[in-house]
Design a protein around this ligand. Structure first.
Ligand SMILES: C[S@@+](CC[C@H](N)C(=O)[O-])C[C@H]1O[C@@H](n2cnc3c(N)ncnc32)[C@H](O)[C@@H]1O
Ligand code: SF4
Length: 449
């Protein structure tokens, strides 16, 4: 019954890793604007850095990331020279060595960088910025056949969190997504990182993949638990072949239906909770002693482009193709395709191409959406207190949530909205009520569950 109710409300919605979301960025905000925003940045505030490495050794058919498959290392090496130039340009504009609290290498598969390139890249980052002694430095790892010397190099340069892509351990599912990665291969990699002193580990699992079943995902989840990662992300497969044409390689008739998807999600979530993980926001799970669980308890959990974070820095500088920076004035994204990124860096040292300047209303709506995504609740009168808006101005949004309230998926009292335990899978739909850009929406999103 409950599943029927959830399905009735299920519809496409953004994942809200930013607000406004990337489809609403425009070319009117570009490199000159980025330069001005960086120049105005308060030198006392800490920064986070994100580096995008858009290369992989092979293509997973489900992949929604911005990446390309490379057979030779040369395009990677060429790209790294541009990344170095971008770091130098940004550091020069910022002036002085800015304090860094958090660094994330995402992709693609940053793990394919050669050991000497990790050393060189880190040498440059360390000369351009002052990395805090307790900074978290995380890297996304494709665990398939990573040589021991690469693991050693990552540990040597100071990586202290590794995030492994797994998706599912079932051999049939792996075949149907073109990603062969037996459990032992992943276990060996987990052991290798731990042996080199990288102890904070994350694992990505997915549900809604072709040939996945509730029983199968429960097995995969149990295998993940046996590896004892600190965090697990449980992503719903976003099937968007109109945006990622290679997803047409996925057999649509082998995709689980809406009921099955929801069952897979709830089964795996229940299993992680039973194993002692705390459910964080929409789709993350963390051991109680992990930073995400502690941030949730302390009311300090944040949402950013990597999902959920305990990083307190209010400013994120993105480097590399398609990377997005989040500054007090707004969001700005680099050219998405690698050739365009390389040419822009060669021409001006920066590759910012589109973005959005935030209005006071955007900032308020962003706070509301972030509160819902992180804490599953928002207190409208409290959040409106230091703004020019009143809670009463959100009457239409509350009206939109009325059907969810009637179905017991949210509770609304005195301007406070609480998403109930059964409403949690529809968190994105609750947030969407506060997204004023959806009314002029051109982008097509993946389904909420
Ligand atoms: C950059 S990859 C992780 C590192 C590495 N490339 C790997 O796959 O092992 C980021 C994660 O995004 C998730 N992902 C990729 N495509 C997705 C899609 N279409 N829908 C939902 N999640 C997706 C996967 O869980 C994947 O592990
Ligand atoms: S899921 Fe990871 S390894 Fe697979 S293609 Fe995407 S980025 Fe590359």
């Amino acid at each position: 019954m409950e599943e029927q109710i959830l399905r009735r409300h299920d519809r496409p919605a953004p994942r809200y890793t930013s607000y406004p979301t990337a489809p609403h960025f425009t070319p009117s905000v570009e490199a000159a604007c980025y330069r001005a925003w960086l120049e105005a940045f308060d030198a006392a505030l800490p920064l986070s850095l994100y580096f995008h490495i858009p290369f992989c050794d092979s293509l997973c058919w489900f992949c929604g990331c911005n990446t390309t498959v490379v057979r030779r290392y040369e395009p990677v090496a060429n790209y790294l020279r541009r990344l170095e130039r971008e770091i130098e340009s940004v550091a020069r504009i910022l002036g002085g060595q800015r304090r860094i609290s958090h660094i994330h290498f995402g992709g693609g598969s940053p793990s394919l960088l050669a050991p000497e390139d990790w050393r060189r890249l880190f040498g440059l980052i360390q000369s351009a910025f002052a990395i805090a002694a307790d900074a978290e430095i995380a890297v996304e790892i494709d665990p398939r056949d990573l040589p021991e010397e690469n693991v050693a190099a990552l540990a040597e340069v100071g990586i202290n969190r590794a995030s492994f892509g797994v998706q599912d351990f079932d051999a049939e599912v792996q075949k149907s997504i073109n990603r062969i990665q037996p459990f032992d291969m992943t276990r060996r990699m987990v052991d290798a990182f731990r042996a080199h002193g990288v102890e904070k580990l994350n694992i990505d699992l997915m549900y809604g993949l072709p040939k996945q079943s509730r029983a199968g995902i429960a097995d995969s989840a149990a295998q993940v638990v046996s590896l004892a990662p600190d965090r697990v992300a449980l992503f719903g497969y976003a099937h968007v072949p109109w945006f990622k044409p290679h997803q047409k390689l996925i057999a649509e008739d082998a995709l689980p239906d809406a009921d099955e998807r929801l069952g897979q999600f709830l089964d795996a979530a229940g299993l992680f909770e039973k194993a002692g993980y705390q459910w964080i926001g929409l789709d993350h799970f963390a051991r109680p002693e992990d930073g995400l669980a502690r941030a949730l308890a302390d009311g300090l959990l944040r949402r950013n482009f990597q999902g959920y974070t305990d990083d307190a820095a209010g400013v994120l500088i993105g480097f590399g193709a398609s990377a997005i920076s989040s500054l007090p004035q707004g969001y700005i994204q680099n050219a998405a395709r690698t050739p365009a990124y390389n040419s822009a860096i060669d021409a001006h040292g920066l590759a910012a191409e589109r973005g959005i300047a935030l209005s006071a209303e955007d900032i308020l709506r962003r706070r509301i959406i972030e509160s819902l995504m992180c804490r599953l609740s928002v207190d409208l009168p409290a959040i409106c207190e230091d703004s020019d808006f009143s809670a009463a101005s959100f009457a239409a949004e509350l009206g939109e949530l009325e059907t969810l309230r009637r179905d017991g998926l949210v509770e609304i009292a005195g301007g406070r909205i609480d998403v109930t335990a059964s409403g949690r899978p529809l968190l994105r739909i609750v947030c969407a009520a506060f997204d004023s850009y959806l009314r002029t929406e051109v982008a097509r999103h993946s389904r909420a569950i």
